[in-house]
Design a protein around this ligand. Structure first.
Ligand SMILES: NC(=O)c1ccc[n+]([C@@H]2O[C@H](COP(=O)([O-])OP(=O)(O)OC[C@H]3O[C@@H](n4cnc5c(N)ncnc54)[C@H](OP(=O)(O)O)[C@@H]3O)[C@@H](O)[C@H]2O)c1
Length: 256
């Protein structure tokens, strides 16, 4: 039986992905740390006609990705779609924040994404079409002062996705990088970004709209999906303007 595995499924965009997939009749494996939230979500989805399994795991643990896919194999499930979505960030000048925080962002947003993708590609049925969505960010399009490591990690996700998309084309694997802009989720409080959110509240999108756009784009084999007109315009301006304009402009959004 085919499954879609969603990481970071307990909240925000990942939870919205779970709902969107269930609406479309896709069986789910949901991964995040918060067991109780995953259980609640599985209950919410129980009236949909789909199989839902949950796995509580800390994706910062380097050994956990292999364990998840071994558990999947032992149960005889096939993951034909991976939504590699779990991610964290935080706000502040680089040198004023503890190194450990920066490394955590790098481990979750990059190492874990690579580990999950690798396990997925090597453990799923190669005879059928497979789908891989990596959640990047509009932060991937330009350097952002006060979010330096986070945005660099998302540039990594974007570049990585585009490169393996090309490599995997002949193997019938669709790869899409989802690049949301500000989205109304629980991302910001632990990131110390309440004031940033307040300042940019008018630009926030709903997680449900972002997830739907991401899934539609993945099923259509889009290279990248940037939901929302403002975010698309931001991407254009970041692509075609010099750093001397783009970096100060990006800084203004996050300056509080
Ligand atoms: N919100 C935005 O404005 C925005 C914009 C662009 C991109 N994004 C990206 O979108 C993705 C989803 O973010 P979101 O906005 O939905 O944030 P969120 O509401 O904070 O959700 C983050 C998810 O990641 C999980 N997670 C965090 N640390 C984890 C860990 N160590 N191990 C396993 N799971 C972990 C969380 O679950 P647990 O706490 O239960 O583990 C949660 O399910 C992230 O990659 C983020 O960078 C967000």
């Amino acid at each position: 039986m085919n499954y879609t595995l969603v990481t970071g499924a307990s909240k925000g965009i990942g939870k919205a992905f779970a709902h969107e997939c269930a609406e479309r009749g896709m069986n789910l494996i949901l991964v995040a740390r918060s067991q109780h939230l995953l259980e609640e979500l599985a209950k919410e989805l129980s009236n949909k006609n789909v199989q839902v399994h949950i796995h509580s795991a800390d994706l910062l643990d380097h050994s956990v990705h292999k364990k998840i896919f071994n558990w999947i194999k032992e149960n005889g499930w096939n993951v034909n779609m991976l939504i590699n979505n779990a991610g964290i960030g935080f706000h502040g000048n680089f040198n004023e924040k503890p190194l450990e925080k920066h490394l955590e962002v790098m481990h979750l947003n990059m190492d874990s994404v690579v580990r999950m993708a690798h396990e997925f590609l090597n453990h799923s049925d190669k005879n059928q079409r497979r789908y891989l969505l990596n959640t990047a960010s509009t932060g991937a399009f330009q350097p952002v002062p006060t979010m330096a490591v986070y945005c660099a990690s998302k540039s990594f996700v974007l570049s990585f996705s585009k490169a393996i998309r090309f490599e995997l084309k002949k193997q019938n694997v669709y790869v899409t990088a989802l690049c949301p802009g500000g989205t109304d989720t629980e991302f910001f409080a632990p990131a110390g970004m309440e004031k940033v959110v307040k300042k940019n509240a008018a630009f926030m999108m709903k997680a449900e709209i972002v997830a739907k756009a991401g899934l539609d784009g993945l099923l259509k084999n889009r290279n990248t999906v940037t939901p929302g007109l403002i975010n698309k315009l931001g991407k254009l301006s970041a692509t075609f303007s010099p750093d001397s304009l783009v970096v100060p402009m990006a800084s203004r959004f996050f300056d509080v």
